[in-house]
Design a protein around this ligand. Structure first.
Ligand SMILES: C[C@@H](C(=O)O)C(=O)SCCNC(=O)CCNC(=O)[C@H](O)C(C)(C)COP(=O)(O)OP(=O)(O)OC[C@H]1O[C@@H](n2cnc3c(N)ncnc32)[C@H](O)[C@@H]1OP(=O)(O)O
Ligand SMILES: [Co+2]
Length: 133
């Protein structure tokens, strides 16, 4: 099942501005940035101990991050849990009646396999399953 919190996804309007806070004030180290076209995001990863903060800026006004900020403002958008076998977990979730946004894994930042659970099935938190080989 779930191994650890892989990352916490935070929606930001401007990545450069947000990094001034995370690096300059909190003293975190930027591990790298990447554009994930399929999710319409530019992401920055900042490791914290055994997990990471994922800052997400939208690359498209219709992307999930743009829509989130429009409705709720900047803030925590998802929590990602590490799993070993994402296909197996997706099947188990479906059997347990969970509404999956992704029924087949997609590719996220760093080539991880990812799949989202709908917040209506999870007490209001958008959950990402994440497998890294
Ligand atoms: C790069 C990658 C990686 O880690 O490698 C990433 O993380 S990509 C991270 C960005 N990608 C994604 O988020 C992809 C998966 N997300 C999605 O498919 C979408 O954002 C949905 C979660 C389905 C929401 O879509 P949309 O905004 O069109 O739906 P909606 O407005 O009808 O929302 C349906 C209900 O869900 C709630 N809702 C929407 N987004 C939410 C969120 N992030 N957390 C908690 N609740 C949320 C709304 O308030 C609404 O509740 P009420 O009806 O009660 O008002
Ligand atoms: Co994520």
């Amino acid at each position: 099942m779930v191994k650890k919190i892989d990352h916490i996804g935070i929606a930001v309007s401007n990545l450069e501005e947000a990094l001034k806070f995370y690096e300059g004030v909190l003293g975190m180290n930027l591990q790298g940035t990447e554009i994930v076209e399929e999710q319409k995001v530019k992401v920055a990863f900042l490791p914290v101990g055994d997990t990471e903060i994922e800052l997400l800026e939208s690359t498209d006004k219709d992307g999930p991050i743009a829509r989130f900020i429009e409705k709720k403002g900047e803030g925590i958008q998802h929590i990602a849990y590490r799993v070993d076998d994402i296909e197996k977990e997706i099947e188990e979730m479906k059997q347990k009646g969970i509404r999956m946004i992704d029924e087949v894994p997609r590719y996220g930042a760093g080539g991880a396999k990812i799949a989202f659970l709908h917040p209506k099935s999870t007490n209001g938190v958008l959950i990402e399953l994440c497998q890294r080989d």
